[in-house]
Write a new protein. Sequence first.
Length: 303
Amino acid sequence: MEGTAELFVAHLGCQHSSIAQERLAWFQGQLRCAQEELAELDQQYAFPENCAAAGKMNWSSFDWQRDCKAMHMGARKVVGQLRKYPHVALVSVQSGNGDWEIEKEINLLTMLADEHGLRTVPFSRKVLDVPHYDPSGDEPTAKAYLQCYFDRDMCFLFKQGEPGTDDYYEESMRKLKVCQGDEGVWEFNGDTIRVLNEYGLQSEFMEDLTSYVQFFAQRQCRVVDFQGILGLDGHFYLADPLDVWAVDSEVSTYFLEGLFKHPRNAPRVYRDYSTFGVHFCQGLRANLGVSFPDESLTCMCRL
């Protein structure tokens, strides 16, 4: 009987492994589709004279209601999933012409991705002029850019409250707590740790977290609104950063409280995450692979 039980457990393990591999393969396929669609749209941008004849995207006649499959409103921007290119989203502003907001966001994402190796949501470096989302406003057009569209099936959603009640909500964007004084939310940390442990994706996430802390060490700066998507592959895709600010405090294990220590006087909501904790190095049972001038951290990550 003991041998039968062991075989059954092994069979379940193989099933789970197969499902995980299928999920990862599907996700990677979706990501490839997004990158191919972004490349095609960039090519169209370079040769706009071919767009009308080929029935491709003509940004001068773009219509948000007609040409978007879904739309999401943030605090300042609007994001529309394209009908013709469903793996791509158009990002623009809700008010004003977006001259400085869109260019600043593209430049910031480019700097973080290309110069510092941070993983971001795949995006186009091209600034577009499109008809304004709000046709009743003073601006007839606004700046915009394209990025990969992560639908709810491509990411781990943060869920809180009881389904079917007014308190229940789902969120795809996770604003992580990393250092003292940042805009992160401890609940996102705790749920992220739970998901990563449940699916065995700790090392994938730690790779991205380490890149961000290396950015701290090299630039003595932090990303304002460090938020993004937790993909089905376990990687954290940075999106919609607000700015980069200099860090006044010494970058140490004490300063990086989201990685190394519990919040003081943790309220009840953290009890759901008490099994793993709510700071990443303890919750994921990992050492961070970054060396600081004060030698408060050791080199090499064990994962």
